[in-house]
Design a protein around this ligand. Structure first.
Ligand SMILES: O=P(O)(O)OC[C@H]1O[C@](O)(CO)[C@@H](O)[C@@H]1O
Length: 187
């Protein structure tokens, strides 16, 4: 009997683009990120249609134990002094974690637990990030190239944005020519 060697999906490590039949893409634009950046006037000055990041992912089956794999491509830039970043979220299923791997560009992964304690990890090509359960996560592009990161997470994890209505406890800004993380009092 001839057992076939199936061809799985593939991802290009240089840019995080997938080659597969079932790739789903979602673009997040400036206008979608209401209240995310601290300089409201600077955010309003950016046309609402400006793309900030794209997520491409394989359309996996739904169910306990199933996994998504995807890549986030976050553009470089700043809103005022604050670097472009993803919206960031907790998983609706809080106990479920996620793994990121940096593919292209330079940036930071902002992690925050349910007590509001935040920390940052450098993201660069090849960096591996274990996002534990009960931990909100946001990518920040501090470089000049697109920041691309591969992610694997449970299809049942879901997104909870409401729990972060007050924002994260840290903001990453360019001040005096330096990339700096600042503590935020009220989000
Ligand atoms: O939902 P956000 O915060 O816009 O993040 C973008 C994407 O990043 C991921 O964490 C991994 O690609 C996805 O879960 C999410 O769709």
């Amino acid at each position: 009997m001839n057992i076939p060697f199936n061809v799985p999906p593939s991802v290009a490590f240089q840019n995080g683009h997938f080659t597969a039949e079932n790739v789903v893409k979602k673009v997040t634009r400036s206008g979608d990120l209401v209240g995310i950046f601290h300089d409201h006037a600077a955010w309003q000055a950016i046309p609402a249609q400006t793309p900030f990041y794209e997520v491409e992912m394989l359309d996996s089956p739904q169910g306990e134990g199933e996994l998504y794999v995807g890549a986030t491509h976050l553009h470089p830039g700043r809103v005022g002094d604050e670097f472009y970043m993803t919206r960031g979220h907790f998983h609706h299923r809080r106990e479920q974690g996620e793994v990121y791997m940096g593919l292209r560009g330079q940036g930071l992964l902002l992690l925050q637990n349910e007590r509001g304690e935040a920390r940052l990890e450098n993201v660069s090509p090849g960096s591996v990030h274990i996002i534990p359960g009960f931990t909100a996560h946001r990518l920040i592009n501090t470089g000049t190239d697109i920041l691309s990161a591969l992610a694997v997470w449970p299809t049942m994890a879901g997104h909870d944005y409401a729990a972060l209505a007050q924002g994260f406890a840290l903001r990453v800004v360019l001040q005096e020519g330096k990339i700096q993380a600042k503590e935020v009092q009220n989000g």
